[in-house]
Design a protein around this ligand. Structure first.
Ligand SMILES: Cc1cc2nc3c(=O)[nH]c(=O)nc-3n(C[C@H](O)[C@H](O)[C@H](O)COP(=O)(O)O)c2cc1C
Length: 208
């Protein structure tokens, strides 16, 4: 690993062309990343009641002026952490573009209607999986999962799969969003947006 070193040659962030709204700027960068494998995969960092950080990969499912939304199991480890400490950080790394985006803020649940609406668009096997998997709990064997999947298939045979009560979305409401562009000689560009009390976004450049 010592010898692994890469020169970042990405184009500069042109501050004059940055959108005043960081969510719109995120969408512009997301479009640039569209051809990458799983561009919506991100790391979600949370903290538990004892202050111990945790992180895992999740898929971003939408973003708009209200925030950045993902879906999961409301009985999972992350859900417990978010109940105790409803704040999180989201990290996108788009390696081939030499870009990183960091988003921090508070987290709230999506409405039940939003969760059901998204659940209905998922492939049936993913819907059944949401019933089969007691996410983050210990299970004695893989067989148990297969049995639980068979039970879910039998329960919903011939009809649409309901959205489980314990499954749904969270929305990270951003308070800061930082755009990082790798540049030569490690003199990278970092532009951070912060939301003020009045809801307006202020922008500043950070040292790399
Ligand atoms: C590429 C990728 C995408 C994932 N997307 C999701 C997701 O959207 N929702 C989810 O609950 N878990 C997703 N997972 C699994 C999580 O990383 C994690 O294992 C799971 O949510 C349990 O996390 P927890 O025990 O911290 O609650 C994904 C994993 C990978 C590698």
């Amino acid at each position: 690993m010592h010898g692994l070193r890469r020169e970042y040659t990405g184009a500069a962030i042109d501050e004059n062309r940055l959108d005043a709204d960081p969510v719109k700027q995120f969408n512009a960068w997301f479009e640039d990343a569209a051809e990458l494998p799983e561009p919506n995969a991100m790391t979600l960092a949370t903290v538990d009641a004892g202050g111990q950080p945790d992180a895992r990969t999740l898929l971003l499912k939408s973003c708009d002026a209200r925030g950045f939304t993902f879906f999961t199991n409301y009985r999972s480890a992350k859900a417990g952490q978010l109940a105790d400490a409803p704040r999180a950080a989201m990290l996108f790394f788009w390696g081939p573009l030499h870009r990183q985006v960091r988003i921090r803020g508070r987290v709230e649940r999506t409405t039940r209607a939003e969760s059901e609406e998204y659940f209905a668009t998922r492939p049936r096997e993913s819907q059944l999986g949401a019933w089969a998997s007691p996410q983050s709990e210990e299970i004695a064997s893989r067989d148990i999962l297969e049995q639980r999947l068979a039970q879910a298939e039998a329960r919903f045979a011939g009809r649409p799969v309901d959205c489980p009560d314990h499954w749904g979305g969270y929305r990270l409401v951003p308070e800061s969003i930082e755009f990082w562009q790798g540049r030569p000689a490690r003199l990278h560009d970092r532009i951070e947006y912060r939301r003020g009390e009045d809801g307006h976004w202020a922008r500043r450049r950070l040292a790399p």
